[in-house]
Design a protein around this ligand. Sequence first.
Ligand SMILES: Cc1ncc(C[n+]2csc(CCOP(=O)(O)OP(=O)(O)O)c2C)c(N)n1
Length: 350
Amino acid sequence: MEGQLPGVLADPTQLHEPIDLRGTTLEVLEPLTRGMVTIRIAERILAKAREDGLIGGPVHLGVGQEGVAVGVSALLRKTDRIFGAHRSHSHVLALGSSPRKLFAEILGKDTGLSRGMGGSMHLWDEPNGFMGSVPIVAGTVPLAVGAAHAERMKGTDNIGVSYLGDGACEEGAVHESMNLARMLNAPVIFVVENNLFSSHMFIDLRQPSNMTARFAEAHRIPFEIVDGNDVLAVKEASERLVAAARRGDGPGFLEAVTYRWYGHVDFREDIDVGVARSAKDVANWRARDPIGRLARAMAAAGFWSESDQQALEGEVRLALESDWEEALGDPYPEESALMDRVYSAGRTRG
Ligand SMILES: Cc1ncc(C[n+]2csc(CCOP(=O)(O)OP(=O)(O)O)c2C)c(N)n1
């Protein structure tokens, strides 16, 4: 356990080949492909709109990281309790949220997931299990533990999921949450999307090891470390962790190693909040594309031809472009709604 991530995971010159399909079927692979493609194209639309000045606030894009949310969500139910943070478009979309409502939310429209009051970083979609995201790094991690514990107290086998980053692991609240989850036996899965960066800073400059699963070991929480750009590996590891949490074994921890192609925020790929990343690293990580590696594997296995992949991407793009156009035309909330929706009259003090 001591030491660094297995070299092959953190080395961007590795793992460019098609993923191992492990005897799966097209019925399993098609929704995984569609899920990743939906997230990728939706975020590309957001990147362009931000560049064109159509979106007022910042957007934190996870292009390149789609395999994690899609692999984890394959095991989740609408009654599970899922929490994210500032980079959560993938988390809600992978749960089946409406892209139209996500777009509307980011545009501040009344038809949005949080009725236009939250924007990109305050997402909520309880009907699909998404209980919220906040930009305060690690802010929702304790909430996920509490929600998971509440499900256990109610006698359900629903679980909590807390998506967090390698940077969030530097927050004290994460370690208190993991300790408490273990002590309470809370059925929560901590999913670390280890993209090796915390805004502009590489993990080697911030931590003595690039492997965040060491924190799980410290709290006696079972963990798995996977290639986050291999959606099947993520799904299979999640299967084991989720099954254990549902049957009452307590928390689990998934470290999914991945990379974001854009900078920390918005549409530039060459800038990471002022600090340039190595263009070679970005190019190598692009070659580890979770979508491309799955598509090539499916083509090699005879499940899928290149033109099937293009047809799917075209179909998804058309639907998302129409969602975007509709969201652009949606109404903004009345200004007075701010007082009703953001502040609750019943809960004011004094
Ligand atoms: C408590 C807190 N500290 C600092 C910030 C500024 N901040 C926003 S995102 C971020 C980086 C988080 O990195 P990570 O958790 O690895 O997620 P990633 O951005 O890589 O997806 C930081 C430091 C913040 N929003 N909240």
